[in-house]
Design a protein around this ligand. Structure first.
Ligand code: HPA
Length: 283
């Protein structure tokens, strides 16, 4: 009983500034000369989609205090400093999720690190279940906007002015120009992402409710990082690989292995869109 109460308290724990500072000190200590222009956070199944960018240096997440190893399949757990025609990128291969129960700090830490290195454009990728009819497995959807159904927000807690205003505007969390760049680079569609808390997949009734609310795909991530990056004035792009029809819309039971398998099948197209996007943003 006491253990589970402590767990709940940790889940709700506000972002820990001291923990963020320690992580930045470690990355700056390892790469004092790095000047990345763009940051990418790779979600489930996306780790190999950056194979076109030569890696100059890498750090395991365990070498970055307070980031911790992603506990989810399909997340490699390395930070790469990579090159795109002379421009540096920081690529986080894997993210932490709310359902891992470690609080907000490890989830938003990649965004904070990027910001401290002067990056002001971030691409967030993820896997999702398709709700809109055209969003069949293997489709790539640029995120136009989100619906936060996590039941929580990373900026809850005492106001820390390092993270922006107390009441950040969210009229354009996802930069419309970057959304267009993703579509021009080969994304099949654009639409609305709803974040559910997980780790369960949704029930068919929840999926019907999300459709009524206006969601096109459903996933378990991305929204906290987007909220945090937007609050700090960064430009955000989001790209989702639709890995299954959402619960109740397809014939199969949902499994994480099937999600990764579909992402692997879509990999050539995921690589192509990332290559086009990064080439355009870094040109
Ligand atoms: N729901 C939530 N997250 C997901 C799904 C889904 O159907 N597919 C891949 N990630």
């Amino acid at each position: 009983m006491l253990r589970s109460r402590l767990r709940t308290i940790k889940l709700m724990q506000a972002i820990n500034q001291t923990a963020l500072d320690a992580a930045v000190a470690a990355v700056k200590g390892a790469w004092p000369e790095a000047k990345p222009k763009l940051g990418i956070i790779l979600g489930s199944g996306w780790s190999e989609a950056v194979a076109d960018f030569p890696v100059k240096a890498s750090l395991f997440y365990e070498q970055i205090p307070n980031l911790g190893k992603p506990g989810v399949i399909g997340h490699a757990g390395q930070l790469l400093c990579a090159d795109c025609s002379g421009t540096e990128l920081f690529i986080f291969q894997g993210r932490r999720h709310g359902y891992e129960g470690e609080g907000w700090t490890p989830i938003i830490l990649p965004i904070w690190i990027l910001k401290q290195f002067g990056v002001d454009v971030v691409l967030l990728t993820n896997a999702s279940g398709g709700i809109r009819e055209d969003l069949t497995p293997g489709s790539l959807m640029a995120i136009e906007d989100h619906i936060n159904m996590l039941g929580a927000n990373p900026l809850q807690g005492p106001h820390n002015s390092n993270f922006g205003e107390r009441f950040p505007d969210q009229t354009t969390v996802y930069d419309p120009g970057l959304c267009q760049v993703l579509v021009a680079a080969g994304a099949d569609a654009s639409g609305i992402y709803v974040a559910a808390a997980g780790p369960t997949f949704e029930t068919p009734a929840e999926v019907r409710a999300f459709r009524t609310l206006g969601a096109d795909v459903v996933g378990m991530s991305t929204v906290p990082e987007a909220i945090f990056a937007n609050a700090m004035g960064m430009k955000v792009a989001g790209l989702s690989c639709v890995c299954n029809r959402a619960a109740g819309l397809g014939h199969e039971k949902l499994t994480a292995d099937d999600v990764i398998r579909t992402a692997n099948e879509a990999m050539p197209r995921m690589r192509g869109v990332l290559k086009g996007f990064v080439g355009e943003v870094c040109s």
